[in-house]
Design a protein around this ligand. Sequence first.
Ligand SMILES: Cc1ncc(C[n+]2csc(CCOP(=O)(O)OP(=O)(O)O)c2C)c(N)n1
Ligand SMILES: [Mg+2]
Length: 786
Amino acid sequence: MTTTLVADTAADPATVAMLESLEARLRWLSAWTIHNANHLRESPDGLKVGGHQASCASITAIMAVLYFHALGPHDKVAVKPHAGPVLHAIHYLLGQQSLDQLQRFRGFGGAQSYPSRTKDRIPVDFSTGSVGLGVAVTLFASLVQDYLVAHGGLAPADTGRMIALMGDAELDEGNIYEALIEGYKHDVRNCWWIVDYNRQSLDHTTADRMFRRFDDIFETCGWRVLTLKYGRKQQAAFARPGGTALQEWIDACPNVDFAALTYQGGAAWRARLTADIGAKPNVAKLLAGYDDAALADLMTNLGGHCVATLMAAFAAADDDRPTMFIAYTIKGFGLPFAGHKDNHAGLMNPGQIAGLRSTMGIAEGSEWAPFADLGDNAATAMAAFVAASPIACHPVETPGAVIPIPARLPVPDGAEQSTQAAFGRILLDLAKSADPVARALADRIVTTSPDVTVSTNLGAFVNQRGLFRRADMVDVFNAAKIPSAQKWSGHGAGQHLELGIAENNLFLALTAFGLAGPLFGTRLVPIGTVYDPFIARGLDALNYGCYQDARFLLVATPSGVTLGPEGGAHQSINAPLIGMGQPGLTYFEPAFVDELALIMGHAFRHLQADDGGSVYLRLTTRVIDQIKRADATWEADAIKGGYWLKRPRAESGAALVFTGAIAPEVLAAFDDLVGDIAGLGILNVTSPDLLHRGWTAAQASRWTGQGTSTSHVDALLAPLAAGARLVTIIDGSPSALSWLGGVRGHRVAALGVDRFGQTGTLPDLYRSYRLDAKAIIDAAAELFLA
Ligand SMILES: Cc1ncc(C[n+]2csc(CCOP(=O)(O)OP(=O)(O)O)c2C)c(N)n1
Ligand SMILES: [Mg+2]
C-alpha cells in the first residue's frame, strides 16, 4: 500500500533551515549558470545555448536534502539529465567544481549539458541524457553490487544505494519497465528511484489518468512506494477548519489546471478556489488568512519542495527494499514561468533574473559567490554544514587492479569449426583451466544473455560456473536426473546473470558490469551474447554504455544470411556498420577460430587498457574448414584489422578482400582466378572498423601536422599496383568494405547484402545474394574487362 509521507515535525529546525538555504543556493546557481551561458557569455555563432532552468528549479529541494543530508558515502546517483546544472552547483559548493567550468557550461571543454562520467570534471556516477536509461542502469548497478559482495569483490560495509533522480516523463520509457521486471526476478535491493513528479514533460502537462497507476505498477513489482504530495505548510492548512475541503480540491484538480493556476499566481488561485469550494464551511475564512503571495506559496508547497517532508521520506526508507519516491513538484518552482506548460526550455530574461537575484538577497556582482550575501557567520556555518555532509567524503574512483590475461588462449581443435562453437569452447576451456592465470581470469568473467544463452553457445560455461542468484536455486531437472545438456543451478558464486528477452536490459547490465571497476573498485570481464540482428533492439542502451566508457565484450551470433534456413527476420545486414559507427566499441569479425582465440585474448586486454574500450565480435554458426598456418606472422596484422591470407605479388593487379564466414567461397574463387590473374592476393579483414578508423586517424594526424604515419590499411594495400582492382565481399552491408577503394584509388566491386534475407540453404542464399564463388569470379571478370 502506498504511503503518503507527512513532514517530520521533529526534524531539527537548524538542519531544516540550512537545507532550505542550500535549496535556494542551488536554485540560484543553476539558474545563473544557464543565464550566464545564454545571456552573458559571448556567442560567436548566434546559436541558442540552452539549458533547463525550470527542470532544475523543480528538483533543487530534492537534491539539497539528498546530497547534503541523506546520501551515504557509498551511494551512487544518476541525476536526471536536465538537472545537470544543479549537480554542478552542488559540487561547486563542495569546492569540487571550478568557477571556470560553470562559466563555460555547455561551452567547449566546459561543464556538460547533461552529467557525463567521461567529460565532466566533477565525480559523476552515471552519465545521463537519453531519458530512461540513466534510471534503469541504477537497478543493474545494484545487481552488480550484490554480485561483487557475493564474489568477495566488495565488502558489505562498502555498499550503498543506487539512486536515480528522474523526471516524471521518464516513466513513459519502456526500458524502465523492462528493468523493473528483471529487477523483480533478481530480487533487487538497495535501489531508490526518486521521481520529480512535476507532471510536465517537454511538450505539455502529463496525463491525469496515470495518477495512482505508477504506484500500482511498482508495488506489484515489490517496490515500496512513498508519495510526497503535500508540504509542511499545506499539511498545516489541511488541519485547520476548511482544510479538508482544500485538500480534496487539490487531490481532484487536473494536472493542467494546477499548472496553469501556478503560473497565474495568487489572485487566480483565490478566484478559482472561491468559485469551486468557497461556499463550503470555513473555506472562505481559511483563504482569507492568506494574502495572494502567501496563497500562491501555500498552493505550491508540494511535498517535493518541502525539506521536512523530504527528510521524513528518506528516513522512512531505511532498509534495503527498493523504493520509489513520488515527489510532487512544480516545474520552474520559484521562477517566473513556474507551471507554464511551455517552460521546459524556457529561459529567464535579464529583467527576470535580476528580479530573482534581488528576491534571493544576492547583491549585483556577487552572483557567483558560493555563499553570497549570507553574512560571515551564516556563510561559515553553511560551509561547515556542506563540508560535514557524507557526500563530501565520497570515495574517489579508481579503475580497480588489472586482471592478468594469459599470453595466449588455446585454439580449439578441429579441422572444421564455426566461430560460435569455438567461442563457447574457449570460454569452457578457461572455466576448466588448471593454469592459475587462466583460472583467475575465468573467475572474473561474468556472462549474461537475454534468453539466448544456449543458442549463442554460452551453455557450457554456465554448466561450469552456474547462475548468479543471491538465494540458492536448485536445478530441478538435474535433481530429478532428467537428461539435459544444460545443468544450471543458481547460487551466490554463480557467474551468469540470466536475463529475460529484453536487449535493452542486456546492454544496461553490460554497462553496469562494465563499470564495476570504477564504481566498486573491482574489475569484472563482462561478456554478453545476443543474436546479431537484435543488437539493433538495444542500440541506444549500447551507445549509452559506450558513452560512459563501460567495458564489455559483446558476442553476436548468428549473423548475416549465413544463418540460412532460420530466415529473413533473423538475418543481420547492417550490423557491421553499427560496429564501425559506434565510438567506444571495436568490431571484429574473425573468419577462422585461431583468429577468434587471438582476438579474444586481445579483447580481454583492450577492455582493461586505459585507452581501450569495449569489443564486439560478430560470429557465425557456419562450420568451415580451418586454415593450416605456416607461422604466426599473420597475428600482429590480424589484431590491427586485417592480414594477407594469400600475399599478393608486388605490383599485383588485383586482390580479393573479405570478412568472416564466406571465407570458403573466397578461397574457391581464388583457386579459379589465380591462373588468370597472376599475383592475386586475398586480404582477410578481421576488423573493417579498425582499418577504417586507422585510415581516417592517420589522415587527420597528417593534416594537423601531428604525424606522418600511414595507416595499417594503407600499408596493407601498398604492394598492389596503382591501377589494381579489388573485389570486396562480406555477409552484411557491402559498404563495410567498399570504402577500401578510396585508400589508394583502386577500383572496387563490392559484394554483400543490401536487401532482407530469405529462408534457404547456403548454396541457395549465396547464389541469390551474390556471395558465392561464381559471383566473386563474375565481379573480378567485370572489373578486368571494364
Ligand atoms: C530518449 C530521449 N527522448 C527524448 C529526449 C528529449 N527530452 C528531454 S527532456 C524531455 C522531457 C522530460 O520530462 P521529464 O522527464 O518530466 O523531466 P522534467 O519535467 O523534470 O524536465 C524530453 C522529451 C531525451 N532526452 N531522451
Ligand atoms: Mg516532468
